[in-house]
Write a protein of this length. Structure first.
Length: 203
């Protein structure tokens, strides 16, 4: 497990050059974690491979927890930016299931990296790792788009938060090989249909 994040947030890049440097760090960290796993990722190796000073790395990412939580936030936001239009005849519940299932399959292409991101997000604290909020908002945006909600209410957000929380458990069980792909899909589909079924307050 990663150590608990240091009690400070990382610096935000303020120029195109700094943003490019930050993205380079994230790409390198993803490649290393995908091949070695989180525990064997060394911050000095990430800095060297990204071509930045170790002080620069720690300015943006005070710990591995910050680093891999930021990486997960970027990936979730990337998924949200590429949600296709809902096919005619597809129910909102099925659209949410398909979106979560697609996210699962994309993350499982590099299971060691997915494990690193999940472990880091679980170890993070919202007060010191702002990218946790990016994960939450990115996921909600992902599912609101899939569900076709343009003006979300608190009711929409609460109902969609539940399948998101369940999705984390399904993904972890796939990573642990406790569920087969077929079982994971069946569980996720059932959860989406039960939790998002139309009711007195549809949404």
């Amino acid at each position: 497990m990663p150590r608990i994040a240091e009690a400070r947030a990382g610096a935000e890049p303020t120029s195109p050059r700094q943003r490019a440097r930050r993205q380079s760090i994230l790409r390198v960290a993803a490649d290393i974690a995908a091949s070695t796993g989180l525990e064997r990722v060394q911050m000095h190796e990430v800095a060297k491979s990204a071509g930045v000073a170790i002080a620069t790395l720690y300015r943006y990412f005070p710990s591995k927890t910050h680093l891999f939580t930021a990486l997960m936030a970027d990936q979730i936001e990337g998924f949200a930016a590429r949600v296709p239009e809902r096919a005619p005849g597809t129910s909102p519940q099925e659209a949410v299931f398909e979106t979560l299932g697609s996210a699962t399959r994309k993350l499982l292409r590099r299971p060691a990296l997915a494990t690193a991101m999940i472990q880091s997000a679980n170890a993070a604290r919202a007060t010191t790792v702002p990218d946790l909020a990016r994960i939450d908002s990115g996921f909600l945006d992902l599912l609101l788009r899939a569900r076709g909600v343009e003006r979300p209410t608190d009711h929409h957000i609460t109902r969609l938060r539940l399948p998101i929380l369940l999705w984390y458990g399904v993904l972890q069980s796939r990573l642990n090989e406790r569920l087969t792909p077929q079982q994971a899909d069946a569980d996720l589909r059932m959860a989406c249909h039960l939790l998002l079924a139309p009711g007195p307050e549809t949404g």
